[in-house]
Ligand binder design. Structure first.
Ligand SMILES: Cc1cc2nc3c(=O)[nH]c(=O)nc-3n(C[C@H](O)[C@H](O)[C@H](O)COP(=O)(O)O)c2cc1C
Length: 297
């Protein structure tokens, strides 16, 4: 019902309403669940994906809705303006096309904003060169005392380029998760994750041309992405076995989907579902995933 109503409102308006809602100071969630995503301890398996809290302005408010963890960013080394609007457009059922262009105030500002937030935080970093990514990894190691893991966004539709050569250079004292897109060379990234001892995030948005978007193209998220993500997840798990932690993200919006995904994944992230059903969705899915795990023991 809520999602149907939301589908009638232009996505640019709901995006701005969401910003206002997440700025309200809310009491923090009293999380009880403990979960492990590879080496990282979280408050449950279902977290908020990169892109909802790009600037670290809503992290505290989002923690009130009891997600397992929150991914902040993606950041770049320095401030970035992003694209000209319109930045988003709807696609039925429950999907979106977006081309934000990685707007953010730069990693140092974002880290300073979240430094007092007492909740499991991952930082997602993006960059246009391997050097920009490595500089941010070192910065998080030095200044991100409350950051539990780093997601490396190697698959933003904004890049327009392949990352296969830069990725082998990545290393960190913090746990690293490599975010792979649906058009990436999956096998190459699976080998890389295994060799480097990194985790994986599957997947990012699917690049498409769309004249409703200011820059004429963007990435599809939401239900449209779900079958693609599931195929990637199945391939990755059967190739890697159980040793590599995998986070699944792409069109997950129901407890039934969480149940299907958690047979193969170590954790789940959600973004478009939050835009259609509100931030309470992620807490509900997190509680449902914890229950499924307890029932299975
Ligand atoms: C508005 C919007 C902004 C996004 N920004 C980022 C980003 O900055 N970094 C990133 O790695 N992924 C970003 N994503 C991709 C999401 O994290 C996620 O991988 C993708 O949307 C699929 O999940 P979903 O169907 O639950 O939205 C963004 C997605 C949307 C819809």
């Amino acid at each position: 019902m809520l999602a149907r109503l939301v589908e009638l409102i232009p996505s640019e308006i709901t995006r701005r309403l969401g910003k206002a809602l997440f700025s309200i100071p809310l009491p923090p969630c009293r999380a009880e669940a403990r979960w492990r995503v590879g080496p990282v301890e979280t408050n449950g398996p279902v977290g908020i994906a990169a892109g909802l809290d790009k600037e670290g302005l809503y992290t505290r408010a989002l923690s009130a809705f009891c997600p397992g963890f929150i991914v902040v960013g993606s950041t770049t080394a320095r401030r970035r303006e992003g694209n000209k609007p319109p930045l988003t457009a709807r696609l039925k059922p429950r999907s979106l096309v977006n081309a934000m262009g990685l707007p953010n105030p730069g990693l140092p500002v974002v880290l300073a904003r979240v430094s007092e937030v007492d909740y499991p935080i991952f930082v997602s970093i993006a960059g246009f060169t391997a050097g920009e990514l490595l500089a941010q990894i070192r910065y998080v190691e030095r200044h991100g005392h409350n950051v539990r893991a780093i997601e490396v966004n190697l698959s933003s539709p904004t890049y327009k380029g392949a990352w296969d050569r830069a990725a082998p250079l990545l290393n960190s004292k913090k746990p690293l998760f490599i975010k792979v897109g649906p058009t990436s060379d999956l096998r190459a990234y699976l080998d890389l994750a295994r060799k480097g001892g990194h985790g994986l995030v599957l997947t990012n948005t699917l690049p498409v041309d769309d004249r409703r978007i200011g820059v004429g193209r963007g990435g599809i998220s939401g239900l449209w992405l779900y079958p693609l993500m599931m195929k990637m997840l199945e391939k990755a798990r059967s190739y890697l076995g159980r040793d590599t932690p995998i986070i699944a993200v792409g069109g997950i919006m129901s407890c039934r989907q969480v149940k299907a995904v958690m047979r193969l994944a170590d954790a789940v992230e959600v973004l478009t579902g939050v835009l259609y059903y509100g931030p309470g969705l992620v807490g509900r899915l997190n509680a449902c995933a914890v229950q499924i795990a307890e029932d299975g023991r």
